[in-house]
Design a protein around this ligand. Structure first.
Ligand code: F0G
Length: 448
């Protein structure tokens, strides 16, 4: 197969700062071994997240200049609304400043004490917003989804038996909605099949319960469906996307992922009264319903981003280049969540650092080692992030969209190989300071 080339050329560049090992050692200690607490300038290759870190296209920058900053009824809003209506088929399109703002509004309205929200895997902010409302967040991903070695093509699928059992056990009146995260970020960026979405829909219909998507990476999920699901290969990604949204009663979207923008979010709703209530909350805390906490230019850039993300040359490059990183690591004997996800490769840190027990955070220790050795910033998705809910000890290498070249990714591979060769030297960590919720953002650690 030919080299997968980046389907764009570079028009603007941003220099990277080269640092010494000694400098990085100091940065790491100052940050309490938490890469969220270090200046980004001291990072060489930043794989902390694919969220809001992508490069915008020339057309998106042009859209920024076209942005209409009117308080109400801005032209940019109508562009954004009509683009989202076109790809999702939803009538009610609420702009928010990012995904968690959509989650906060949704769960304030449908959550609350005694309620239970099932999901394949809740993302951390989703879980936090569900729990903040007083409800319980349950992860019902299929068993293969928690096994790094399983090659199931749709490891993000929600387990239908577990879902049916939940409805029988707690009763539909306590389940205000069922959520499905596409792709399943906390479970390794793994896709959910159309067949599975239809099966969830069927259970929801049976119990008259709405089905919602956490659709941050809807385009990547649809591309996987086209590639892997029987009978889907001849369809356009756009038509698969439409079918996924047609199955749902609502969706939260962080546009910082497949919206290809640096800030922005969406809340999609079908139910009229839920929409009215959500809009009122939006006005209370985010902004008027035609800007939702964003500038007009942000809405315009989103309108353009939601179009570009469905270009199949882009999606092919996107999925292939993530797969390239994953394959090279596997070939070097480094266990990752197989197969590689859409937006990220997840290293199995428990396997990488068998000498470090969960209580000493093997993932966080590996994150520190990657930074120390090569200036690479990754993120722990394991016991630090999820505490006792953690099913795996993972280190995520999230790939920002359209940002890094293949040679930069080759450098990342070399650094990880070198750290792997000396993995016995990686030391476990202990927490010295942590907040009560979402502790991974601000906790400080020391080496054991
Ligand atoms: N849902 C999923 C599946 C996500 O991955 C994220 C964000 C959110 C919701 C919240 O969106 O950040 O715009 O408020 N994920 C980022 C990440 C932060 O690094 O995976 P947000």
């Amino acid at each position: 197969m030919k080299t997968i080339i980046e389907p764009f050329r570079i028009k603007v560049v941003e220099p990277l700062k080269m640092t010494t090992r000694e400098h990085r050692e100091n940065v790491l200690r100052d940050a309490g071994f938490n890469v969220f607490l270090m200046p980004a300038e001291d990072v060489l290759i930043d794989l902390l997240t694919d969220s809001g870190t992508g490069a915008m296209s020339s057309e998106q920058w042009a859209a920024i200049m076209r942005g209409d900053e009117s308080y109400a009824g801005a032209r940019s809003y109508y562009r954004f609304e009509s683009r989202l209506q076109q790809i999702t088929g939803f009538e009610h399109i609420i702009p928010t400043h990012q995904g968690r703002a959509s989650e906060r509004i949704l769960f304030e309205l449908v959550g609350g004490p005694d309620k239970v929200i099932p999901n394949n895997n809740h993302f951390d902010t989703t879980r936090a917003n569900v729990e903040h409302s007083g409800a319980v967040a349950l992860d019902l991903v299929i068993d293969e989804g928690a096994n790094p070695r399983s090659r199931h093509p749709f490891k993000g699928n929600l387990d239908i038996d577990k879902l049916e059992r939940l409805f029988k056990d707690v009763g539909p009146e306590r389940i205000p909605l069922v959520m499905v995260t596409i792709t399943n970020n906390s479970g390794g960026g793994q896709p959910v099949s159309l067949e599975n979405l239809k099966a969830v829909r069927k259970v929801c219909d049976q119990y008259k319960t709405p089905m919602f998507l956490d659709a941050c990476r809807f385009a990547e999920n649809a591309f996987f469906i086209k590639e892997r699901e029987e009978g889907q290969s001849d369809r356009s990604v756009e038509s698969i996307v439409r079918e996924m949204f047609d199955l749902a009663d609502g969706a939260t979207i962080s546009a910082k992922k497949d919206g290809l923008v640096n800030i922005g979010g969406v809340l999609l709703l079908r139910d009229e009264s839920l929409y009215q209530n959500a809009r009122n909350l939006l006005i209370l805390t985010e902004g008027f319903s035609t800007y939702g906490g964003l500038a007009g230019r942000d809405l315009d850039a989103m309108a353009q981003g939601f179009e570009e993300v469905l270009h199949e040359d882009y999606l092919n490059y996107r999925i292939r280049s993530t797969e390239y990183l994953g394959k090279k690591l596997l070939e070097s004997g480094i266990q990752i969540v197989e197969p590689p996800g859409g937006h990220a490769v997840y290293i199995d840190a428990a396997e990488f650092c068998p000498h470090i027990p969960s209580a000493q955070f093997p993932g966080q220790a590996l994150v520190a080692a990657l930074y120390r050795h090569g200036g690479i910033r990754a993120v722990e998705i394991g016991s630090v992030m999820f505490g006792e809910h953690a099913k795996m000890e993972l280190v995520r290498l999230a790939i920002p969209r359209r940002v890094y070249t293949q040679s930069q990714i080759d450098y990342v591979i070399e650094v990880i190989q070198e750290v792997h060769a000396k993995r016995d030297e990686i030391r476990g960590l202990k927490i010295v300071e942590a907040p009560p919720v979402l502790r991974h953002f601000t906790a400080r650690f020391a080496e054991v």
